[in-house]
Design a protein around this ligand. Structure first.
Ligand code: IPM
Ligand code: MG
Length: 357
């Protein structure tokens, strides 16, 4: 199989972790007779520095022409003072939107090898968990009207949350389809006791759910969901929620798996082309120090093989190598706790995974 993959390395630890995933992909390609051609494009802070805007048109064009896109992370303190429309994060939101990637799949599970890293109580850890967060990615408050204005108490700022029936229908379908291939349960998370968008969300999810009688549907308020994630995470199978709630809850889910450095994601639309990105940010505090955990990006590359290229065996091969590395005690600094545990560098962890492919 010959595939063109666009690489958006981005900022902070982005270049290091994307390089790791590329090495893994190249090893898999050589092993299994595929050929992946990589094209690097600029987005985020590095694009602001190079050409003055976070998401150059050339980047969008190349991503749209590629068979798939692998992204590291964008943003950093250097660009924090810029106005909202010209911040690095705008590149990520703009790219997701331009590519029509409204479904973000964020799997989170407890790795048996990392039980000791889980901050939860032993009896909860014992039960384990394996959930898939389906986050709506191109709507809601991250894309609504925002601005500054004169309000009742003087100058104020506002952001608006809006969801159309169509946007909720398509993300609900994605969640039910995913649940059919897993534990056949969907938990839809909203704030329907307060928000009108949530009431429309709930109504719509139920209407779509009626077409999936084999899948159990449960509603949960977001505040309760934040609690249940640490109290009883094994009760979740597929979780479907809005852009902002999904952003927040997926970070929470990552912490109970051990580290935010472990969670991959796939951003998908109606076609096969997608964007694959770790859920974490650019970690400017450790950028350029070869300390980052590359596993979330390596696992994102595995998701790419699975969803974009239908290469299930190759995806499993990567996931198994990551499992094995963790079982063998390989740890980057974020998951190296306890006495005598040596933290591997980003390149050492990458080599450890490649050795086990
Ligand atoms: C994520 C990130 C992004 C988001 C930021 C960097 C815009 O937090 O992918 O979760 O909110 O989607
Ligand atoms: Mg986030």
């Amino acid at each position: 199989m010959r595939m063109n993959i666009a690489l958006v390395k981005g900022d902070g630890i982005g270049p290091e972790i994307v390089d790791s995933a590329v090495q893994v992909l190249e090893t898999v390609a050589a092993r299994c007779g595929h050929s992946f051609a990589f094209t690097e494009v600029l987005a985020g802070g590095c694009a602001i520095d190079a050409v003055g805007i976070p998401l150059p048109k050339e980047t969008v064009d190349i991503c749209l022409q590629s068979d798939s896109v692998l992204l590291g992370a964008v943003g950093g303190p250097k660009w924090d003072g810029l106005p909202g429309g010209n911040r690095p994060e705008k590149a990520l939101l703009g790219l997701r939107s331009a590519m029509g990637l409204y479904t973000n799949l964020r799997p989170a599970r407890l790795y048996p090898a990392l039980k000791d890293e889980c901050p939860l109580r032993a009896d909860i850890v014992e039960k384990g968990f394996d959930l898939l967060m389906v986050r709506e990615l191109t709507g809601g408050i991250y894309f609504g009207d925002r601005g500054r204005r004169e309000g009742k108490y003087g100058p104020e700022a506002y952001d608006t949350e809006a969801y159309s029936v169509m946007e909720v229908e398509r993300i609900a379908r994605a969640a039910f389809e995913a649940a059919r291939k897993r534990g056949k349960k969907v938990t839809s998370i909203d704030k329907a006791n307060v928000l009108e968008t949530s009431r429309l969300w709930r109504e719509t999810v139920h209407r779509i759910g009626a077409n999936y009688p084999d899948v159990e549907l449960q509603d949960m308020l977001v505040d309760n969901a934040a609690m249940q994630l640490v109290r009883n995470p094994s009760s979740f199978d597929v979780v479907v929620t809005s852009n902002m709630f999904g952003d927040i809850l997926s970070d929470e889910a990552s912490q109970i798996s051990g580290s935010i450095g472990l969670l991959p994601s796939a951003s998908l639309g109606d076609g096969r082309r997608g964007l694959y990105e770790p859920i974490h940010g650019s970690a400017p505090d450790i950028a350029g120090q070869n300390k980052a955990n590359p596993l979330a990006t390596i696992l994102s590359a595995a998701m790419m093989l699975r969803y974009a290229f239908d290469l299930e065996d190759e995806a499993r091969m990567i996931e198994r190598a990551v499992d094995k590395a963790l079982e063998d005690g390989c740890r980057t600094a974020d998951i190296a706790r306890g006495e005598g545990v040596k933290a591997l560098s980003c390149t050492e962890m990458t080599a450890a995974v490649i050795e086990r492919l």
